[in-house]
Design a protein around this ligand. Structure first.
Ligand SMILES: Nc1ncnc2c1ncn2[C@@H]1O[C@H](COP(=O)(O)OP(=O)(O)OP(=O)(O)O)[C@@H](O)[C@H]1O
Length: 270
């Protein structure tokens, strides 16, 4: 289902109102250095337990919006509410998974996965137990004592995800987490992400460049237009549950949705 939005971000048809929004983006604009207008009056809600992708051409402000939600950047205008409270900086209910995974090279997988918990002041025994659990959840059991340089890019990415899951944040903010890995790893990771969303009941906000990835993993896709970033469309892909990746890539709804998004985006890249 697609909901087209007019240039001023007002819905032409009404956007289904989230019943239980965890994040509300209210009238957010961002101007860098008084000159670069990155985002313009963004209004959005993110439903608890859903995975939302931010998609759009390079430079449209996807990472900027993610960092504002994370509290790592201040908006020039507007505000973000998480669980009804205004965001003034990073908080324990939000975990940010960086593009380069931001692992500490001198620390083991276990220490890296436990790092966020250490920052929260969680005692050693408890944080190591939790870190071990999430290392298992992301498929890295047996690698606890390895160091980042001994791991592939895909495995390092899993450590970054284990760290974010371990702090038990309600919201996981992921900036192109699959950009640095090969295609097979990426596909496996997409499947894992869908499974994790089901078992962990967390809210995921995800920046990607890949239309196919967004359609596969998302409950909702928010498309941004080029600078200044505005919401151009909101798409709720209606992909059947439990479909295997092989079936998916031949599924009519999937193919139609990918095509519909590509038609919307191609005007910006030609
Ligand atoms: N610190 C900064 N100072 C000045 N301009 C910035 C800064 N960070 C981002 N920008 C500009 O703001 C705009 C939005 O950047 P942003 O990284 O949010 O876009 P994006 O959609 O995530 O891009 P990409 O898909 O290429 O990663 C771009 O024009 C970028 O050059």
């Amino acid at each position: 289902m697609t909901v087209a939005l007019a240039a001023d971000n007002t819905a032409e048809r009404s956007v289904p109102k989230p019943t239980n929004p965890i994040i509300e983006v209210r009238n957010v604009s961002k101007v860098y250095g008084g000159a670069v207008h990155a985002l313009d009056k963004i209004n959005l809600s993110f439903e608890t337990g859903h995975l939302t992708s931010l998609l759009g051409p390079s430079g449209c402000g996807k990472t900027t919006l993610l960092k504002i939600v994370a509290g790592l950047l201040q908006p020039t205008d507007g505000e973000i509410l998480v669980k009804g409270k205004k965001v003034t900086g990073p908080g324990p209910e939000r975990a940010f998974v960086f593009q380069d995974f931001a692992l500490m090279p001198w620390a083991s997988v276990l220490q890296n996965a436990a790092f966020g918990l250490k920052m929260q002041g969680v005692g050693k025994a408890e944080r190591l137990e939790k870190a071990r659990h999430y290392i298992g959840e992301v498929g890295l059991a047996g690698f606890e004592e390895k160091y980042p340089h001994e791991l592939s890019g895909g495995m390092r990415q899993r450590v970054g995800l284990a760290r974010a899951l371990a702090v038990d944040a309600d919201v996981l903010l992921m900036d192109e987490p699959f950009s640095a890995v090969d295609e097979q790893t990426r596909r496996k990771f997409q499947e894992d992400l869908i499974r994790l969303r089901e078992v962990e009941n967390k809210t995921f906000l995800f920046v990607t460049h890949s239309i196919e990835e967004a359609v596969y993993v998302s409950d909702r896709i928010v498309m941004l237009s080029p600078r200044p970033g505005r919401i151009s469309e909101i798409i709720d892909p209606d992909i059947p549950d439990g479909i295997s990746p092989d079936e998916l890539r031949r599924n009519g709804t999937y193919l139609d949705t990918v095509e519909e998004i590509w038609r919307s985006i191609r005007k910006y890249v030609e």
